[in-house]
Design a protein around this ligand. Structure first.
Ligand code: CP
Length: 310
């Protein structure tokens, strides 16, 4: 089966069939991660450039691991030790690396739209690993896979995303992907951290956490970006925590078989209590494991999905 786009720039507009193909392929490839020898030769003909212009732990390491598990060759670009520090542009950087014969670029950048820009000017397949406040499609896919693992399907689920929706690429990718697969999505946060006309994305909008949690299956808790306090969007982290923090007491509003998610990195005691983050209903670490499987699936399918999975 062929994907509609040769790149993965976001989940907006990606058809349900393609999202399901990513998720089903991730399940097939995930089995490799439990083997004594966690490696197959499937992508030994592919070279991937990992280009991270922003800090990352989970996304960067899981892409690197996904590439290694599939035997792709990889180049890890570091801005600090590159000629970008001498003023070389992003395009010149990529064109020069492409001249050395690479096939795919995984990019994280603080400017939204950078992956799209590269897709218009480069020959490589482009994978968005998070661009500004725009999208983080592989995070959206791994979140959906983690929900599907537990509930069997996404259709009919009630998912609440809590926190700084305005600046969250994770929220956007989750909303696009979940809506496409038939889930009902709500967002909740202080008015200053909700984007203007967010309801036009087809989500329910709440500013009171108890109402948002009422009857939900899944709570996806976003990191409260601490710089929002200095920019005047929040009076204090303590007040945010009191009004929106996900604590054990607040879990009573959820459906009985509820799930707690967080994309990381977490601010324990701010947006989520340690009791909840480490509790029996948390799937925060399974999300990370699924991140490797989803990134293997994305690399495999974008490379043509032709190598044998043994
Ligand atoms: N969830 C996520 O994108 O984490 P990192 O910033 O550590 O990659």
């Amino acid at each position: 089966m062929k994907l509609r786009s040769p790149h993965l720039l976001g989940l907006e507009g990606v058809p349900a069939a393609d999202i399901n193909l990513f998720l089903d392929t991730a399940v097939t490839l995930r089995e490799i991660l439990s083997r004594p020898i966690k490696k197959v030769p499937t992508l030994r003909h592919i070279t991937v450039l990992n280009l991270f212009f922003e800090p990352s732990t989970r996304t960067r390491i899981s892409f690197e691991l996904a590439e290694k598990r599939l035997s792709a060759d990889q180049i890890n670009f570091s801005k600090a030790t590159s000629s970008v520090t001498k003023g070389e542009t992003l395009l010149d950087t990529i064109w020069n690396i492409e001249a050395m014969k690479i096939d795919m670029v995984v990019i994280r950048h603080s400017v939204g739209g950078t992956p799209y820009f590269l897709s218009q000017h480069c020959d490589s397949k482009i994978i968005n690993a998070g661009d500004g406040t725009h999208e983080h499609p592989t995070q959206g896919l791994l979140d959906m896979l983690t929900m599907r693992d537990k509930y069997g399907k996404l259709e009919g689920l009630r998912v609440v995303i809590v926190g700084d929706i305005k600046h969250s690429r994770v929220a956007r990718s989750n909303i696009w992907g979940l809506k496409t697969l038939g889930a009902s999505v709500a967002v909740c946060g202080p008015t200053t951290l909700l984007p203007y006309e967010i309801e036009k994305m087809g989500v329910d909008v709440y500013t009171r956490i108890e109402e948002a949690l009422d009857g939900a299956d899944v709570v996806n808790v976003l990191r409260l970006q601490q710089e929002r306090q200095s920019s005047g969007l929040l009076p204090s982290l303590r007040e945010y925590s009191i009004r929106f923090g996900i604590t054990k007491e607040r879990l009573k509003y959820l459906k009985p078989n509820f799930t707690i998610m967080h994309p990381g990195p977490m601010n324990r005691g701010v947006e989520i209590s340690s009791e909840v983050a480490d509790g029996p209903d948390s799937v925060i670490l399974p999300q990370v494991t699924n991140g490797v499987a989803v990134r293997m699936a994305v690399l495999y399918l974008l490379s043509g999905g032709v190598g044998k999975i043994e």
